[in-house]
Ligand binder design. Structure first.
Ligand code: CO8
Length: 258
């Protein structure tokens, strides 16, 4: 029996890892991969023992985009019925942080998959791009929306309209990624960061993620109001009382997620 196209691991306490595993196709995101990522993310979102999630691939590819062979012959209605947008909603709607650990290629839908995560760590030789125009389509998972909102119109136009691939340094310089890591350290660093987040109070982490994501689509005034209300609400949590008491008593806090 062949290995599943997406594998899950539990590399550290509080950390769930989801690994795309189609090395023979540079981790191209076929329907099965997308379904499995969504399924595993949903399960981890509901699992109290997981507090932070790492999404990764292998050393050659995070994901080289949607599976071109699977969509080459499709019609418009079939593409509509495939509902590709469902996966992105599961990721940004996930109450737990999702860290993309990118080695090798993150192209097209693979770049968009990383951009839908909350933190992007990339190896020094990782390669990003939105090459869809080269095959007669445009990006379909946020490449014309999240990408310009992150890097600005002119950098986004430069890469979406040429389909050129760019490296980790360029990605970092235009604020597309959070951190560049030596190639051999990408997964280790992502797991360490996830473990660090997993030790923090989960309700505060969840609310911080939601505040940033919802605030990004709102006016500054609305976003600030959302933030203030959320902060006030957190004073109802046990973890706020514990965190502040531990600071005052000069001891390590013990967060319970309540
Ligand atoms: N789809 C299907 N198969 C792929 C893909 C892909 N995206 N990428 C690579 N493969 C396959 C190749 O066909 C090849 O298979 P085979 O051995 O059977 O010929 C195998 O993977 C290895 O590929 P290469 O020999 O080409 O490997 P290289 O290391 O020489 O090159 C590259 C790697 C640069 C990644 C190259 O394979 C490439 O350019 N791939 C296509 C990249 C691309 O155009 N991506 C955009 C796809 S369109 C898209 O993502 C639209 C998103 C829509 C919404 C998102 C929904 C998830």
């Amino acid at each position: 029996m062949s290995a599943p196209a997406v594998i899950t691991e539990r590399p550290a306490e509080g950390v769930g890892l989801i690994r795309i595993n189609r090395p023979e196709a540079r981790n191209a995101l076929n329907m099965e991969v997308r379904r499995l990522i969504g399924q595993h993310l949903t399960a981890m979102a509901d699992d109290d023992s997981v507090r932070c999630i790492v999404l990764t691939g292998n050393d050659k590819a995070f994901a080289a985009g949607a599976d071109i062979k699977e969509m080459a012959g499709a019609g418009s209605i079939e593409m509509l019925q495939r509902g590709t947008q469902k996966l992105w909603r599961i990721i940004y709607g996930c109450p737990k942080p999702v860290i993309a650990a990118v080695s090798g290629f993150a192209l097209g839908g693979g770049c968009e998959l990383a951009m839908t995560c909350d933190i992007i760590l990339a190896g020094e030789s990782a390669k990003f791009g939105q090459p869809e125009v080269k095959i007669g389509i445009i990006p379909g998972g946020g490449g014309t929306q999240r990408f310009p909102r992150t890097v600005g119109k002119y950098k986004a136009m430069r890469y979406v309209l040429t389909g050129d691939i760019f490296g980790a340094k360029e990605a970092f310089d235009m604020n597309l990624i959070s951190e560049i890591v030596p190639d051999t350290e990408v997964e280790k660093r992502a797991i360490a960061m996830a473990a660090q987040i997993a030790e923090l109070p989960p309700i505060a982490i969840q609310q911080a993620k939601e505040s940033i994501i919802r605030g990004a689509d709102a006016s500054l005034e609305t976003g600030l109001t959302l933030e203030t209300r959320t902060l006030q609400m957190l004073f109802a949590s046990q973890d706020q009382k514990e965190g502040m008491a531990a600071f005052i008593e000069k001891r390590k806090p013990k967060f319970v997620g309540k």
